[in-house]
Design a protein around this ligand. Structure first.
Ligand SMILES: *Cc1c(COP(=O)(O)O)cnc(C)c1O
Ligand code: SF4
Length: 366
């Protein structure tokens, strides 16, 4: 069959190029590979994550006796998971590496500590409709995905029953009907799990559905993927976020300056330069980021790529995370010292989430 001749050969060429980019072709026995990140790249990176503590330690040239005892009770719902990009930012041979300590499942997780429970922030009580949390006036939080690229051992949702009732076909209809029926909701927050774990088509559909509601003025995305799986920040993702009818705000999650390097720095910078407001939330974690030096370095690293430090969270008292806790007095002191050393916009708000209370409680700066 003859191809119709296109008047502009440039049009044909770019059409061909875009087809070739989307469909890897076998040419002469090897795959054509383009250097643009594609959806396949991040999904491959995700599948390629390290899943065993033994492999993680071996790659860092550490022996088990150099780190605290690891858990012997494998938690099937929350096993070790570390993308290789995040691993590359750890220091080989350092058992105290602040990135390693965030992901290593220790035996200490099995300790039953009074006050540490499965649902420390009252999320289950706030979830009247499955997948929709309403604890804050004007804002709703939607659990958009049930999984994450990395498993942070201190995570307050580590015990959250993501799967209950989420498979029903009218799940999303019910959620968006409720948002549409309440004119007081001006902001829809997609959280999880990690909403950027969704494939582009799903994410795009959700963002579109939320922004189609007349009284929704903003869509917010809470995600750790630009930090732990930077290849997720593709051109297509930026297009989806910028094509939205309303303003999109992104809140990322980095806890230590050492995370803001290499491909992560590049991904954050691309988000910021694309014009999105990007904020960071961190969690105050014992022996990971509980010194003024470490907090100031984190703020500087963020600000230097254009990301604004938003919240420093006091640890939520979730079962299995007691060994990460830092006392409030230390937290408040850190914030005061940061105020002396940094511009005001580089000092995050130190906050905690009290079950049953509206909004976050600010512990500092005063
Ligand atoms: C933290 C949180 C929000 C958003 O709070 P902001 O102070 O606006 O960042 C909304 N919903 C839930 C359930 C939250 O935990
Ligand atoms: S990325 Fe966020 S939601 Fe996922 S495990 Fe880490 S802290 Fe929890």
């Amino acid at each position: 069959m003859l191809m119709p001749l296109l008047p502009a050969s440039k049009g044909l060429k770019s059409a061909l190029v875009s087809v070739l980019r989307r469909t890897p072709q076998r040419t002469g026995g090897h795959r054509m590979i383009t250097d643009e990140p594609t959806a396949e790249t991040w999904q491959r990176d995700l599948a390629d994550a390290v899943r065993s503590p033994e492999e993680l330690l071996a790659l860092l040239k550490l022996t088990p006796d150099q780190v605290p005892p690891l858990t012997d009770r494998r938690n099937p719902a929350f096993p070790l998971r570390v993308p290789r990009s995040f691993l590359r930012r750890m220091t080989i041979g350092n058992p105290q590496d602040p990135l390693l300590l965030q992901v290593l499942p220790l035996a200490a997780e099995q300790n039953d500590v009074p006050g540490f429970t499965a649902d420390p922030v009252g999320d289950r009580a706030a979830e009247k409709t499955a997948g929709l949390l309403r604890k804050y006036p004007g804002r709703v939080l939607i659990i958009a995905a049930g999984s994450c690229a990395v498993h942070c051992r201190y995570c307050f949702r580590r015990e959250f029953p993501y799967d209950t009732g989420r498979r029903s076909p009218d799940h999303w209809d019910r959620i968006f009907r409720e948002v549409a029926g309440d004119p007081s909701v001006s902001e829809v927050i997609f959280s999880g799990g990690d909403p950027l774990m969704l494939p582009d088509e799903r994410l795009s559909a959700l963002v579109e559905q939320a922004s189609a509601i007349a009284h929704v003025e903003r869509v917010r995305i809470h995600t750790r993927l630009p930090v732990v799986l930077p290849s997720r920040v593709t051109e297509r993702l930026l297009t989806i976020l910028h094509e939205c009818r309303v303003q999109v705000v992104m809140v990322v999650h980095a806890n230590h300056a050492q995370e803001i390097q290499a491909d992560c720095r590049d991904a954050l910078s691309r988000l910021v330069r694309s014009g999105l407001p990007v904020l960071n939330q961190a969690v105050l974690l014992r022996q990971i980021n509980d010194t003024v030096e470490s907090q100031c370095a984190l703020s500087r690293a963020l600000i230097n790529v254009g990301v604004i430090p938003y919240y420093l969270h006091r640890l939520d008292r979730v079962q299995g995370a007691a060994h990460f806790e830092v006392d409030d007095e230390t937290g408040r002191r850190l914030i005061r010292l940061m105020q002396d050393r940094l511009p005001g916009y580089a000092v995050p708000r130190y906050v905690c989430d009290v079950p049953g209370r509206f909004g976050k409680t600010v512990l500092g700066p005063a």
